[in-house]
Design a protein around this ligand. Structure first.
Ligand SMILES: [Zn+2]
Length: 342
């Protein structure tokens, strides 16, 4: 008799850490470890360090059957071949396919995806997607009434996103769909330059990097010296400082927060019109500031004002429930979905 798989090995490979977990089909984490990417100077070292911690995970599983390996990777990735395409924070893996490399090494199926896409998948099955409209969460994935379309935005150093449609990540033709951070909001010559080369993208106006940049710009103006933020060096100001100053009613910080709310009102209405989600989720470091300042109701009402129809207004607007584990749980779910389809 063949045993049903009990676990998957799920990996969240970000710019700083490579985190490895052993996860069951209900999203419960049974084992975890991580390795710092800074320990590796070459692609070979990076891969060897990654392989070592994966081996530890599989050793922990022992004789208990493992369905496969799922990897959430920071950067563009071909979902079919698993080849990384110039990931800005993991350049040592440019052109590498962990799927091709590791399937023969571990003798297990390997599935890969972009971390924002998989964070959306994790949120769909294990986070905000699982909550029922009355507010209480379903006890298990099987009991949950899942959304039809969930859109997830991560707002941190940059702005990324993922769309899950009826339980599957919406990938587009080559895995590059849902680049919500690069929708134009202020595309005129005065719009801030985005790292993608365009002007006025959502990322250049709402990311943590953008919030810090706007604070520095305002501090350089004549009335900036009265701000709490002027007490430190302008180059050290972070988005966290801006949120902190806003809780103390600092006018300069509040001005930046007002702009953030307005920009998100426009950008998220665009998202609503494009994807018609029934659940819209915000995650990432900036969303913690949004929570601390209780900005969700303000952003929500701006979206409702701008939405073009009543049907577009019928969505749940939520903060992430998964506190940075979304990509990991999405990577696990990618394996379970592909296993059950096999
Ligand atoms: Zn851009």
């Amino acid at each position: 008799m063949t045993q049903e798989p009990e676990f998957v090995v799920a990996v969240d490979w970000g710019g700083t850490w490579n985190r490895v977990n052993v996860v069951d089909s209900n999203g419960t984490v049974h084992w975890e470890n991580r390795v710092a990417n800074s320990l590796s100077r070459t692609t070979e070292e990076l891969l060897a360090n990654g392989e070592r911690v994966m081996r530890e995970a599989l050793d922990w599983c022992g004789d208990r059957p493992v369905a496969g390996i799922g990897l959430a990777m920071a950067g563009p990735i071909d979902p079919e071949t698993g080849i990384m395409d110039r990931p800005p924070n993991l350049m040592l893996l440019d052109g590498v396919s962990l799927k091709a490399l590791w399937e023969p090494v571990f003798g297990l199926p390997v599935w890969v995806g972009n971390d924002a896409d998989l964070a959306a998948l994790g949120e769909y099955y294990f986070g905000a997607g699982r909550a029922n409209p009355e507010g209480s969460d379903a006890a298990s994935r099987e009991e949950a009434v899942l959304p039809r379309t969930l859109v997830y935005l991560t707002i941190s150093t940059g702005v990324g996103g993922g769309v899950v449609y009826r339980g599957q990540v919406f990938l587009g033709a080559s895995g590059m769909a849902a680049e919500v951070g690069h929708m134009a909001i202020e595309s005129g010559p005065d719009g801030p330059l985005c790292q993608c080369g365009s002007r006025g993208c959502l990322e250049s106006l709402a990311s943590g990097t953008a919030i810090a940049r706007m604070a520095r710009e305002k501090l350089a103006e004549a009335d900036g010296t009265a701000s709490i933020l002027a007490r430190g060096r302008p180059e050290d100001v972070t988005s966290g400082h801006v949120f902190q100053a806003a809780t103390q009613s600092d006018p300069l910080a509040l001005g930046i927060i007002d702009r953030l709310v307005a920009v998100l009102g426009v950008g998220l209405t665009n998202v609503l019109h494009l994807y018609n989600p029934d659940v819209l989720v915000l995650g990432g470091g900036v969303s913690e500031g949004i929570q601390d300042l209780d900005l969700m109701p303000r952003i929500h009402s701006l979206i409702l004002e701008r939405a073009m129809s009543g049907r577009h207004r019928e969505f749940r607007f939520e903060l992430s429930r998964l506190e940075g584990s979304g990509g990991m749980l999405g990577a696990a779910m990618l394996v379970w979905l592909n296993t059950s389809l096999a």
